[in-house]
Design a protein around this ligand. Sequence first.
Ligand SMILES: Cc1cc2nc3c(=O)[nH]c(=O)nc-3n(C[C@H](O)[C@H](O)[C@H](O)COP(=O)(O)OP(=O)(O)OC[C@H]3O[C@@H](n4cnc5c(N)ncnc54)[C@H](O)[C@@H]3O)c2cc1C
Length: 231
Amino acid sequence: MARAAVPGRLTWRVATVTEVRDETATARTLVLDVPDWPGHLPGQHIDVRLTAPDGYQAQRSYSMASAGAPLELTVQRVDDGEVSEYLTSGVAAGDKLELRGPVGGWFVWRPTSTAPVLLVAGGSGIVPLMAMIRARQRQPFRLIYSVRTPADVLYASELARGQPGLDVHFVYTRVPPARRISVATINTHGWPADFEPECFVCGPTGFVEAAADMLVALGHDPRRVKTERFG
Ligand SMILES: Cc1cc2nc3c(=O)[nH]c(=O)nc-3n(C[C@H](O)[C@H](O)[C@H](O)COP(=O)(O)OP(=O)(O)OC[C@H]3O[C@@H](n4cnc5c(N)ncnc54)[C@H](O)[C@@H]3O)c2cc1C
């Protein structure tokens, strides 16, 4: 029996790439024009589906980097990555991409919230957190961003420009002396737990688990520690 199309976020749409911007040597932002985009909240993601000429399909999730339209995705190339290699080197302005979304209702920041916000990013985990920074108005934000080297920092010039009420602290994991985020880092550069900040942690699974454990050990209410794992 034929099934009716599910309207809204589960509909596959054909987006047009309007601009391609290199963020680093291995990461690229794609600006997309999506017909009838319903809007999204910072933190949400979309599914991208690629179809080869023989019909083989691959699907991956990518977070929105933009606070609103136009939609922007930033893709970090993963070595031998089926989809990320194509999105960071095979796509040009004018190309079409199939996507559906927005997806996700938990890992979102609502710009109407007035609580302080602590963002903890590992590598490309900065992407959905950048959408939150871009959507913020006067709320006090602190960002702790763990990344291999200064050359790997996404949105480097935007973050370096500085914004009132936004504090940024980098932790470089591949620059001597190589460091990792620790309880001391979060204690020094995050918010005290009794300020009751909303905490968002995003990055590779091991990073997210470690950082979330540190936040809870520092007294943050686990219900205010939201996590997103990039796998
Ligand atoms: C909710 C969500 C949002 C995401 N948002 C983004 C985003 O905004 N930007 C972004 O670049 N990625 C994001 N990702 C990760 C993305 O979906 C893909 O997993 C990533 O692009 C790798 O896909 P691939 O096809 O290139 O690699 P695959 O062919 O799937 O894997 C190739 C190899 O790389 C390893 N690998 C897979 N993913 C990663 C990873 N993230 N880091 C390190 N090694 C990996 C695999 O284990 C495998 O060995 C997100 C993931 C999720 C679940």
